[in-house]
Design a protein around this ligand. Structure first.
Ligand code: CP3
Length: 350
């Protein structure tokens, strides 16, 4: 498919192709998940969280749950950014209420044990989920595939868990940049294959999650966040020129402008702290996505309505995709999500 034949019935694709829509398309990060009772019921049957990610029938079902409830403009493949280290041979487990655990990579020898060639069987299951979804989704729903950006995935691989300051990865990156580069290069190579497989299976758009991009000085940000994202985007464009890429450099703040111009992503997802004026400015060179505080969706009512209108008004007439600044939290009442969708869909610029 070429850009000129972008299906006009997929509103998210139209915006990413440069067309401002009013009201804007809407989807929400982590729209499938624990805030939904139907997710919790299915999750209880599935065994471990990664078993769910690798089961194409169940993963497709979980992806569809929020589409049935709310009719979002896009579905995001149900999976996790840590499927990549798991498939590379660094097993990942999720402890109830505590998040992911991995055996940390500490030495070049640990790095050598990771095998790009080992990813195929697990990736194949994810690709099958994508193929099922393209069949089962309404034709107007855009299907988003994704991966974690190399920097963010590396922070988990090196620390063996989530960390508030990403200290283990920063120490390695500053102290021995050459071996850290080898890890990032491996993640770039594998992510390119992973995303390309998702697109071949039917994903319309790719989002690259760099959730921990916000803790690096300028030179390290350029090397570990911008350069790998640029490489992945370029390789993907060579293979699939019509498929838009959205980057999510969470916490990048004043470095977002540079991220956007150097990586060449088609869309940038902005976190909650990004000023709406900066989002408006960025929308001159790409689509912008965001940035409602997920905790306003927990609160609901007038505070949610007020801020939603502010965002819609500030970005009306621009290339804008309504979303949160980060993922939905499990405490979110599902009816608040419905109210948000109604509010966005009912919005008319005055
Ligand atoms: O609906 C969607 O957005 C698609 C599915 C999706 C999940 N994780 C499902 C998930 C996506 C796109 C992700 C991305 C992801 N995973 C990121 C980047 C975005 C972000 O939130 O910053 C990161 C950093 C991860 C790693 C991860 N996965 C953590 C830290 C955790 C534990 C914290 C938590 O929320 O439980 C997960 C688990 C996870 N990923 C769950 C879901 C629905 C909850 C697991 C469960 O059901 O027990």
């Amino acid at each position: 498919m070429t850009a000129s034949s972008t299906p006009s019935h997929r509103r998210l694709l139209r915006t990413l192709a440069g067309e401002p829509l009013s009201p804007p398309p809407i989807w929400l990060m982590r729209q499938a998940g624990r805030y939904l009772p139907e997710y919790r019921a299915l999750r209880a049957q599935a065994g471990s969280f990664l078993d769910l990610c690798y089961d194409p029938a169940l993963a497709a079902e979980v992806t569809l749950q929020p589409i049935r409830r709310y009719g979002f403009d896009a579905a995001i493949l149900f999976s996790d950014i840590l499927v990549v280290p798991d498939a590379l041979g660094q097993p990942v487990s999720f402890l109830e209420g505590e998040g992911p655990r991995l055996d940390p990579i500490r030495t070049p020898a640990d790095l050598c044990r990771l095998q790009a060639g080992a990813t195929r069987p697990k990736f194949a299951r994810v690709f099958e989920t994508v193929a099922r979804l393209r069949q089962d989704l309404p034709r107007e729903t855009t299907l988003i595939g994704f991966c974690g950006a190399p920097w963010t995935v590396a922070t988990y691989m090196v620390a063996g868990r989530g960390s508030p300051d990403q200290a283990a990865a920063r120490l390695w990156a500053y102290g021995d940049a050459a071996t850290f580069q080898a890890l990032v290069d491996l993640l770039c190579d594998v992510s390119i294959e992973y995303l390309s497989g998702q697109v071949s299976a039917g994903a319309d758009v790719i989002q690259i999650f760099d959730s921990w991009a916000g803790n690096l000085p300028e030179d390290a940000f350029a090397r570990w966040v911008v350069a790998p994202t640029k490489r992945i985007r370029s390789a993907l464009k060579q293979r699939h020129p019509a498929v838009p890429v959205i980057g999510f450099p969470r916490g990048a703040g004043a470095q977002t402008t540079n991220y956007l111009s150097v990586t060449g992503v088609d869309g940038v997802s902005c976190d909650t702290t990004t000023p709406l004026a900066l989002m408006a400015e960025l929308s001159a060179s790409a689509s912008v996505q965001g940035n409602l505080d997920p905790l306003l969706l927990v609160v609901g009512g007038p505070p949610l309505e007020r801020r939603t209108r502010e965002i819609l008004t500030a970005l009306d007439g621009r290339r804008f995709i309504f979303n949160l600044g980060h993922g939905i939290v499990p405490e979110t009442p599902p009816e608040h999500v419905g109210a948000l969708v109604d509010l966005v869909r009912g919005y008319r610029a005055t």
